[in-house]
Design a protein around this ligand. Structure first.
Ligand code: GLN
Length: 620
């Protein structure tokens, strides 16, 4: 096993996670099997109890692990399935050491940060790196470890010490340290300043770690003399200094790494690059094929015709709070050749209370909602904004606007129908009104109200389709069942199903018992779908989640076409853009549907300058 450690210096928020994922992509493209570990030096056992407002979304894994959103980046970029143990936290490490101490495993010894915590960290890394994550047997070749936080943080000290010991133990040639840093530009003179990186590298060395590669964030590519200076002061060869300059979308990052031969530098440090005459170890390829990435990055830049989706949520504007939902929308929009425009609608702004207190805010929110091509109500907890979400679902239902409700979004759609159609004015979830006489959403029997961490219905569960010709089954490629990830405590009250069905709601997906509602649809609506699970977590670039694809396709008038394509293609539950292409480009997804609606490909330059042409008349 080879290890690539990614650390961050100077400031937080440099995009270390995306950099580490992109390193994984170029290593994978070099022919290696890649796994990853994210280290979060906080005391929480996992991200499950952390507010999305403070820490971004809680990403959910197949095994029910509630983890840092960076694991989502790894899963999406590397197309792997990670386990909860791939996210190490201070809380988990201390807990394991304290449990051992209580069992008497250290009998007689004083238990200390060094060596007990540091040993536990190293053992954890070595154990988890061996878990296969890419669907193949046996361990990966390389494990990319991302250390959260910034060098110098008190919290990360035990991890730095452990990783210093670890790098010494596995030895040079098996360990490569990539330090992500910032090279700011002073506006007055436009000069790229190296001092912050120098200091940060010095800090790293002082802690016993030596960087092999510097990945420098900067607005523009680094000047040659700046690279030389960095090389001299940081003792890193100039060929190992990569600039991650600003790009239009994150899919360019692996391309940036490739263009600057970052993969070669890493492979060289890991003794995986043959000297030229003898074959490379592990059959590592020198020339990288990143065709899919190139196409996607370019296409994403070119799309102009918008599809507007109103996101009616609690933490609007905070894209990290709904990161996977946004990614899933983006994946689907790109496949439909539309430019995604997300209209953030704060749920509370739609409420009657706001109409009285801040009429302008209220009007603006409704204008946004009404201007959207589709409405999405994401998951959530607690009653703030619930009324506004209900109003958004009602608007979408009555006005036949495409709607996707996820988890809480499905629950509020059910409440809305119970209230508006069945006339049960006090219908509610017991999460918001424990005393309601019409509890259409109730607490699940197996949950815990007293213990928060890891006590929800979590991870992959199977949903069986009940109605063969419903829209969701078609979008999932006529699947009989689908495995998706869950994270909830409440569910639709199974005793109220007959009433809700009489109101026109169709429960098209249920769990294996038939008592738990997983997917609802309104058959006489262009696209009104609610799901108890979170399809966003399994969406991949180039393989968008079926139900997001349904929403976007419906929002741009393509649903019939897309459903047909999904049914004819030969794949299991998750759709893939592979297999139904007309011209070898896996992203040319709807070959006969051009935005002029007449099935005729416009001449060079195209309609609205979008999709077909990159300005040179070249079909992308
Ligand atoms: N609060 C709801 C529940 O616990 C919905 C959860 C969610 O949207 N993830 O069931």
């Amino acid at each position: 096993m080879k290890y690539v450690l990614v650390t961050g210096g100077v400031v937080s928020g440099l995009g270390k996670g995306v950099t580490a994922s992109s390193i994984g992509v170029v290593l994978k493209a070099s022919g290696l099997r890649v796994t990853s570990i994210k280290i979060d030096p906080y005391l929480n056992t996992d991200a499950g109890t952390m507010s999305p407002f403070e820490h971004g979304e809680v990403f959910v894994l197949d095994d029910g692990g509630e983890v840092d959103l960076d694991l989502g980046n790894y899963e999406r970029f590397l197309d792997v399935k990670l386990t909860r143990d791939n996210n190490i936290t201070t809380g988990k490490i201390y807990q394991s050491v304290i449990d051992k101490e209580r069992r008497g495993d250290y009998l007689g010894k004083t238990v200390q940060v060094v060596p007990h915590i540091t040993d536990a960290i190293q053992e954890w890394i070595e154990r988890v790196a061996m878990i296969p994550v890419d669907g193949m047997e046996g361990p990966a070749d390389v494990c990319v470890i991302e250390l959260g936080g910034t060098i110098g943080d008190i919290e990360s000290m035990p991890f730095i010490e452990a990783l210093g010991q670890f790098s010494y133990r596995v030895g040079p040639g098996n360990f490569c340290l990539v330090h992500v840093s910032l090279v700011p530009v002073l506006n007055v003179v436009g000069e790229q300043k190296t001092k912050p990186t120098q200091h940060s590298v010095r800090g790293l060395r002082g802690l016993g770690l030596t960087p092999n590669i510097l990945a420098c964030r900067s607005a523009k590519p680094l000047e040659e003399n700046v690279k030389e200076k960095l090389s001299q002061f940081c003792h890193v060869p100039a060929a190992n200094i990569i600039t991650l300059y600003d790009v239009s979308n994150i899919w360019h990052i692996p391309l940036l790494l490739r263009d600057q031969k970052a993969h070669e530098a890493i492979l060289r440090e890991l003794n995986l690059l043959g000297s030229g005459r003898e074959p490379n170890l592990l059959g590592v390829a020198k020339k990288l094929e990143l065709e899919e990435w190139t196409k996607r990055a370019t296409l994403c830049d070119m799309l102009q015709e918008p599809v507007k989706i109103a996101m009616v949520g609690k933490y609007t504007g905070l894209s990290d709070s709904y990161l996977s939902v946004l990614k899933a929308l983006l994946h689907a929009s790109i496949v439909c050749h539309k430019k995604l425009v997300v209209e953030w609608v704060p749920a509370t702004d739609l409420e009657d209370k706001t109409a009285k207190e801040a009429p302008d805010v209220y009007k603006a929110a409704w204008k946004l909602l009404k201007g959207a091509d589709g409405v999405l109500v994401p998951g959530g907890f607690g009653d703030r904004g619930v009324q506004g979400k209900i109003l958004a679902a009602k608007y979408a239902r009555e006005n036949k606007v495409p709607f996707l409700g996820i988890c809480l979004g499905m629950q509020i759609a059910v409440i809305e129908i119970a209230r508006s159609v069945l006339g049960l004015n006090d219908a509610d979830s017991t999460e918001f009104d424990p005393e309601t006489k019409n509890p259409c959403v109730i607490f699940m029997p197996e949950g815990s109200k007293t213990h928060m961490g890891g006590t929800m219905r979590l991870g992959t569960r199977r949903t069986y389709f009940q109605v063969a010709d419903c829209k969701s089954a078609k979008l999932y490629g006529n699947a009989n069942y689908v495995d998706e990830r869950h994270r909830h405590r409440y569910e639709v009250n199974p005793d109220m199903i007959p009433e809700l069905e009489a109101a026109g709601l169709s429960f098209v997906g249920k769990d294996e018992t038939g008592r738990r509602m997983e997917i609802v649809e309104l058959p006489d609506h262009p696209y009104f779908v609610g799901v108890q699970f979170h399809p966003e977590f399994k969406s991949r670039p180039g393989k968008p989640s079926a139900l997001f694809l349904g929403l976007i396709a419906a929002a741009c008038g393509q649903l019939g076409n897309v459903m047909q394509i999904m049914q004819t293609s030969n794949h299991d539950a998750m759709p893939s853009t592979k297999g139904y292409t007309s011209n070898g480009s896996t992203l040319t997804y709807m070959p006969k549907t051009y935005p002029n609606g007449n099935g005729v490909k416009p001449a060079n330059g195209s309609l609205n300058g979008t999709i077909y042409s990159n300005g040179n008349g070249v079909h992308v």
